[in-house]
Design a protein around this ligand. Structure first.
Ligand code: IMP
Ligand code: MG
Length: 203
């Protein structure tokens, strides 16, 4: 399938759901289409660029869900910066957080004295980001802020401040643009609500 273009809207998303029937058939509703994602990511990039000009910035991204967001966001930040990655596991195949966070991959380079911006796909209960933030704070960076594409405040258990937020969304399980259910749907170019029967069958 040819790659999707920027600035395309609902008809393009329809084309994708039709062209990938095995993925598209499981989506009940497109919550945020490609054009809306692109526009918001550009705004976030402009804010970050303004705030971090002249600072030694490292974007710490959480594998794997934040990858498309990171790839798009960093190209909207025309500053000297570096990337580093962590991978954590908290869910398995379920759609609700276990509250148990395990570090599967840690940073490759020290962050002491550097300005860290955590780039994450979604803030839900807050367990994952509270754990990651605490872990990074022990390494004495100059500052830590959080950039999350999506925020589900209704689900919050651990209070956590979001410095840059893409979209606030309702308490629905979403997939696409990096977000998965049981490791699938990450390659959808939009954010959609998974039909509840898809995970009801498995849980
Ligand atoms: P938290 O620890 O409950 O805040 O969950 C954060 C992690 O749960 C995210 O990094 C996602 O991997 C996953 N997650 C939370 N809500 C959703 C969702 O609606 N769709 C897909 N993954 C989600
Ligand atoms: Mg996930």
């Amino acid at each position: 399938m040819r790659s999707t273009r920027r600035g395309t809207a609902i008809c393009e998303n329809d084309r994708v759901t039709t062209a990938i029937p095995t993925l598209g058939a499981d989506i009940g509703e497109i919550l945020i289409d490609e054009a809306a994602i692109n526009a918001r990511v550009a705004e976030l990039g402009a804010e970050v660029t303004r705030d971090y000009a002249g600072r030694d910035l490292v974007l710490v991204s959480i594998l794997k869900g934040a990858l498309p967001f990171l790839a798009d966001l960093m190209r909207q930040i025309p500053l000297p910066l570096t990337l580093d990655f962590m991978e954590v596991s908290s869910y398995g195949a379920a759609t609700t957080s276990s509250g148990m966070v395990r570090i599967l991959k840690d940073l490759a380079k020290p962050i002491e004295g550097r300005h860290v911006l955590i780039v994450e796909d979604i803030l839900d209960t807050g367990h994952t980001l509270a754990h990651i933030r605490g872990h990074l704070e022990t390494q004495r960076p100059a500052s830590i802020r959080l950039c999350a594409l999506l925020d589900k405040p209704a689900r919050r258990i651990i209070p956590i401040a979001v410095d840059y937020r893409g979209f606030e969304i309702a308490d629905k399980f979403v997939v696409g643009y990096g977000l998965d259910y049981a490791e699938r749907y990450r390659n959808l170019p939009f954010i959609g609500v998974l039909k509840p029967e898809v995970y009801a069958e498995a849980e």
